[in-house]
Design a protein around this ligand. Structure first.
Ligand SMILES: NC(=O)c1ccc[n+]([C@@H]2O[C@H](COP(=O)([O-])OP(=O)(O)OC[C@H]3O[C@@H](n4cnc5c(N)ncnc54)[C@H](O)[C@@H]3O)[C@@H](O)[C@H]2O)c1
Length: 276
């Protein structure tokens, strides 16, 4: 085994990636699989079928010579009983997970504050905060604590975790809470050997934010908001999937980041440090 395999290889990691058929979580699942982890992709199976994601990830791992063990589970992570059941099925399929990537989340449109649709607000908070963090974290940590398992969690924060983005009120409220709960649960679970960290991607074109950023997919023309984001990003571009690779492997590897907990790593081309 090479030195790099030893430090960053994930052969002892069994991961669940929620929202794993979505753009960023699927890419993160792929990095883990290529580094030797067993991976279970969890998704609702509504807009993005889980089986398609599993097939794609197996093909991509095979292309770099890895015979990856990849499972898929259809589950609504906002349903606590369903999450417990899916965890049991995952354990039976590939063993007990020791890494949870909370990838479920996303935004729905934007509005002036006085025009907030409170049903949509509730839906977005529930998606990002309950389905996207609290319920899977609670269910997995309960099992890990009871069985004395050393494990880790990676949450998906956002630029709006730090400072509000205009018009996306519920998304901002939920993502700032994601950062708060990353810190809070890192402290809560440290005594159990469970690390909790987050990645705050800058602006990557995903399913849930495409309409806010891209005016015309054929020409690549940006919306005014998309252009304003590029103008505010010192690297002058949106993120691309590969930008998340090293940070994902670092936080996933107990050898590389075993003493790292309660941090959020921005992967944002400098967006957060742009002032004048
Ligand atoms: N794309 C970006 O620029 C960006 C930036 C910062 C943070 N993020 C965060 O990264 C995560 C992934 O974003 P993305 O852009 O890849 O979005 P995406 O919509 O492509 O992926 C999210 C996936 O979660 C699934 N999902 C939603 N609710 C679910 C539920 N209750 N149960 C199971 N699955 C459910 C969706 O079906 C989708 O497949 C989100 O938390 C998002 O907030 C994205």
């Amino acid at each position: 085994m090479s030195y790099l395999d030893d430090v960053f290889g994930l052969k002892d990691v069994t991961a669940v990636v929620t929202g794993g058929a979505g753009v960023l979580p699927k890419a993160m699942a792929g990095f883990l699989a290529k580094a030797g982890a067993k991976v279970s992709v969890w998704g609702r199976g509504t807009s993005h079928p889980v089986s398609d994601a599993v097939e794609q990830l197996r093909r991509e791992a095979a292309a770099v010579g890895v015979d990856a063990v990849i499972d898929g589970q259809t589950v609504d992570t906002g349903d606590e009983t369903a999450v417990s059941d899916a965890l049991r099925r995952t354990e039976a399929a590939i063993g007990l997970p020791n890494l949870l990537i909370n990838g479920v989340g996303g935004n729905k449109g934007k509005s002036a504050f006085v025009d907030i649709d409170t049903d949509v607000f509730r839906e977005v908070v529930e998606m990002n905060l309950l389905a996207g963090l609290v319920i899977p974290t609670k269910v997995f940590a309960r099992v890990w604590v009871d069985r004395g398992v050393t494990a880790s969690i990676i949450n998906l924060a956002s630029m709006t975790s730090y400072l509000p983005l205009s018009g996306v009120w519920a998304y901002g409220a939920a993502k700032s809470a994601t950062l708060n709960l990353t810190y809070a649960t890192a402290k809560e679970f440290a005594a159990n050997g469970i690390r909790v960290n987050a990645i705050a991607p800058g602006f990557f074109v995903g399913n849930q934010n495409k309409a806010l950023l891209i005016a015309n997919e054929a020409t690549g023309e940006l919306t005014a908001r998309g252009q304003a984001i590029i103008d505010h990003t010192p690297y002058g571009r949106f993120g691309t999937i590969g930008d998340l690779e090293g940070t994902t492997l670092f936080l996933a590897s107990p050898r590389a980041s075993g003493f790292v907990t309660g941090v959020c790593v921005p992967v944002d081309g400098g967006y957060l440090i742009d002032n004048i």
